[in-house]
Design a protein around this ligand. Structure first.
Ligand code: UDP
Length: 266
């Protein structure tokens, strides 16, 4: 196996045969939307273009990691793949949402014009061991705050919802899609929907922490609710998530415990 570190926003030459291109590269945390917006829009657009060029040249199957963010702040609930979404192109999240929407359009253009063998997965909120302590998303923040006995920061009144998928379930769904012949987008996510206040309480309990909950302002364009319609995943891939939040939080909290022990005050 060979590992090459490369920014896919720049063109990439690969020697030898390529069977699969999994285009998973992109910052995806809302804190990055303000920190590195240009990198995000470049990796979603130029990066996708480059990876499609690679797949075309190598006659490889390509899978694009798209996102539930293509639905924006959805007006349809739960979200089927046929829903076109409700996205603010000039808002803070626009760099991610719109570049992933453009990425899907790029994929379909290469599929239609060049016959490239394409897959599009729309990934919903996913968590598990391997996340960064400073990732900025809800579970990394709540877990590191709880383990450090710091206040847990819930944005808004915490009534907004997300459905949270354990990483092993998510990977299983993505691999099933890759192995299938389904070229239309497929939602891979969980139907276990929780408010962010419930999530904060669940993470605090899993950490055995007494941290207080502190309410902070809601970020701009923060989606009110999000949950996938899994009809396609079930009928076309025979896939559905199986890990309840309480079970997935056990190895996740263990992971963050190790990170926090290594850098207690970070
Ligand atoms: N959130 C929160 N506190 C945090 C981080 C996030 O209340 O410290 C909320 C955020 O406002 C959003 C939800 O948790 O409503 C999920 O945010 P995340 O950044 O994990 O992902 P998103 O689904 O927004 O991309």
């Amino acid at each position: 196996m060979t590992f090459v570190e490369h920014d896919v926003s720049r063109s990439l030459k690969v020697d030898g045969p390529v069977d699969y291109v999994l285009h998973l590269a992109s910052p995806a945390s809302p804190v990055d939307f303000e920190r590195i917006p240009i990198k995000i829009i470049k990796v979603g657009t130029l990066g996708t273009h480059n990876m499609l060029g690679l797949a075309l040249a190598k006659k490889a199957r390509i899978l694009l990691a798209s996102t539930s963010e293509v639905y924006g702040d959805p007006l349809v609930h739960p979200q089927p793949e046929t829903y076109f979404g409700n996205v603010n192109p000039v808002g803070i999240r626009g760099v991610y949402d719109e570049s992933k929407r453009a990425a899907e359009a790029y994929v379909m253009a290469y599929h239609r014009q060049h016959g490239v063998d394409t897959r599009i997965v729309r990934i919903f909120n996913t968590y598990g061991p391997g996340m960064r302590a400073d990732d900025g998303r809800a579970i990394p923040n709540f877990a590191t705050q709880a383990l450090r006995d710091e206040p847990i920061t819930v944005y808004g009144d915490g009534s907004q919802t997300r459905s949270l998928t354990f990483v092993a379930d998510e990977v299983d769904g993505i691999l099933r899609l890759l192995a299938s012949d389904v070229t239309e987008p497929v939602n891979i996510g969980s139907e276990f929907e929780h408010t962010m206040l419930e999530l904060a309480e669940a993470v605090r309990a899993a950490c055995g922490s007494q941290s207080p909950i502190e309410f902070r302002p809601l970020p701009q364009d923060d989606p009110r609710q999000r949950r996938p319609d899994l009809t396609r995943a079930r009928t076309l891939l025979g896939w559905e998530p199986t890990t309840p939040l309480a079970d997935g939080l056990i190895p996740t909290v263990q992971w963050f415990r190790t990170l926090v022990a290594a850098a207690p005050g970070a």
